[in-house]
Design a protein around this ligand. Structure first.
Ligand code: FES
Length: 105
């Protein structure tokens, strides 16, 4: 079973039919091709998959895509290149291996 779902990701409309419990993380990386959002634990603990949902931080591995209908998602790719968070990470050596860096930013 799939349900219609439409939402905005980084200013672009995403529209399709999805299994309602499919994870937002998988839709972002799959259908949307936004691979900055990573899967670490898959259990809502590590933050590698963090995105903004209507401006609030969520772990996208725990968000069913059906809950995103009519809402707005921002991933790392949606932040402006001059966002001060990028400079702060570089200035402080905030990156480690890199897999969770998009979620931390
Ligand atoms: S993958 Fe670890 S919190 Fe989502």
């Amino acid at each position: 079973m799939t349900v219609p779902c439409q939402f905005i990701v980084n200013g672009s409309i995403v529209s399709g039919r999805f299994a309602p419990m499919r994870r937002l993380l998988d839709v972002l990386r799959g259908e949307c091709g936004l691979i900055a959002t990573k899967e670490g634990c898959g259990e809502g603990e590590c933050g590698s998959c963090a995105v903004l949902l209507d401006g609030a931080l969520v772990t996208s591995c725990l968000v069913p895509v059906a809950e995103v209908h009519g809402r707005e998602v921002t991933t790392l790719e949606g932040l402006p290149a001059d966002d001060p968070l990028f400079a702060a990470f570089m200035a402080t050596g905030g990156t480690q291996c890199g897999i969770c860096t998009p979620g931390m930013i």
